[in-house]
Design a protein around this ligand. Structure first.
Ligand code: PLP
Length: 409
């Protein structure tokens, strides 16, 4: 039994995958860090758009097109509200967090970085917030530096003042680690970076599903996330950028939907965010993401966090009773992500045995190979909890792990 403000059994009815037998049995979905499940209201919203409202946006005078544009822009406004951004003009639709980071690297980065400039990233970044900067650094001759972390899975910030130098142009930091669940002190990092004139990009892919985010309070320059981690569909995500930065950035993709005029001599572009949204956007996905945001707001982010925290405490205590099990990432107040290793057993074997038990977890390097190297493991097994998980999911995880112990001794 856990104490929770959420009526989880009712909430579970909103998720077709949780109430439909999978391989003839209940499914235990402990993989929300990979992708969050979509509630029925969002699935139905997407279907309604496809069935009855489908057309293109920002073009055409038809009522159908105008209504699609209204729904699409209303969804942008919902993202604005989610992040407490000052204006919807600061919200750029992207395919996800990865594309949003690439947009910043290619548009802002190419404009502002030159040989010898420094990019400072944390030691716990997802590849999505490493590789775009490496590509850029190679192109312009910039230098990548790393904020180290300790054995507990927390950033070592004692020397941040020295790590951020006069040459640091950008600091990239993950808000919540997808491997460790660590919640980074983003506001303090932003203050330190701004004191040296560097801008800060925050990767919020794993934060938005767990915490209330306020980009104005954080004062970050860029914030990115993916819709599918927020109980929305794949193929949609967003970039928040401070308006002054977005206004000064050049487009990175060219095409329709982003221009003011085109002649053979050259083109002029619409203001942000449209200048970054060339081509037909993922309209149904954006509208469905809006429905997911409404759904989560209805549950309440505080209640979601309280529920996940209670489940995390219970799962952590029980996991630590499994002989030879070690959890990586033990920050006090971390988000509901548990990565672990089990002595003598490869995470892939654990993942396969759990799969037989209908327990879905992720086994692998989690697109964070530097984190694996830090802890000197090839991979981990990761159970990630969400607002729709109940104690039975933790029971099933533990049953599966005891099977693993029986098989591997
Ligand atoms: N950043 C973090 C922390 C993530 O966990 C992920 C996905 O796992 C990403 C970025 C990339 O997200 P996407 O593949 O949806 O672009």
């Amino acid at each position: 039994m856990i104490h929770t403000p959420l009526d989880v059994e009712r909430i579970r009815q909103d998720f077709p995958l949780l109430v439909t037998p999978f391989k003839g049995r209940p499914l235990h979905y402990l993989d929300s860090a990979v992708s969050g499940l979509m509630p029925k209201v969002a699935i139905e919203r997407m279907a309604r758009y496809q069935a009855l409202e489908h057309t293109n946006v920002h073009r055409g005078v038809s009522t159908l097109s105008q209504e699609a544009t209204d729904h699409f822009e209303a969804a942008r406004e919902k993202v604005r509200g989610l992040l407490n951004a000052p204006s919807a003009k600061s919200i750029v639709w992207t395919r996800g967090a990865t594309e949003a980071i690439n947009l910043v690297a290619q548009s802002w980065g190419r404009t502002h970085l030159k040989t010898g400039d420094e990019i400072l990233l944390s030691a716990m970044e997802h590849h999505a917030n490493i590789v775009p900067w490496q590509l850029l650094a190679q192109e312009v001759g910039a230098i990548l530096k790393v904020i180290p972390m300790d054995a507990n899975g927390e950033l070592i910030l004692d020397h941040l003042d020295r790590l951020i130098t006069e040459r640091t142009r950008l600091v990239g930091v993950v808000h919540v680690s997808n491997v460790l669940g660590t919640v980074n002190p983003v506001k303090a990092i932003v203050q330190a970076a701004h004191a040296k004139g560097a801008v800060v990009l925050v990767d919020g892919a794993q934060a938005v599903p767990h915490l209330a985010v306020d980009v104005q309070d954080l004062d970050c320059d860029f914030y990115v996330f993916s819709g599918h981690k927020l109980s929305g569909p794949t193929g949609i995500g967003a970039l928040y950028g401070k308006k002054s930065l977005l206004d000064a950035m050049p487009p990175w993709h060219g095409g329709g939907n982003m221009i003011l005029s085109v002649t053979w001599e050259g083109s002029t572009f619409m203001p942000a965010p449209q200048k970054f949204e060339a081509g037909t956007p993922p309209i149904a996905q954006a509208i469905a993401l809006g429905a997911s945001i409404d759904y989560l707001k209805g549950l309440g982010f505080e209640a979601i966090a309280a529920h996940e925290h209670a489940l995390l405490e219970c799962a952590t205590a029980r996991l630590l009773e499994v002989p030879g099990l070690k959890i990586l990432g033990n920050q006090e107040g971390k988000a509901a992500v548990i990565s672990f290793v089990l002595e003598g057993v490869h995470p892939h074997d654990i993942g396969s045995i759990l799969d037989h038990e209908n327990v879905v977890v992720r086994a692998g390097h989690h697109c964070a190979q530097p984190v694996m190297r830090h802890f000197q493991v090839p991979a981990t097994t990761r159970a990630s909890l969400a607002y729709f998980n109940h104690a039975e999911d933790v029971d099933a995880l533990l049953r599966g792990l005891h099977k693993v112990r029986e098989i591997f001794g």
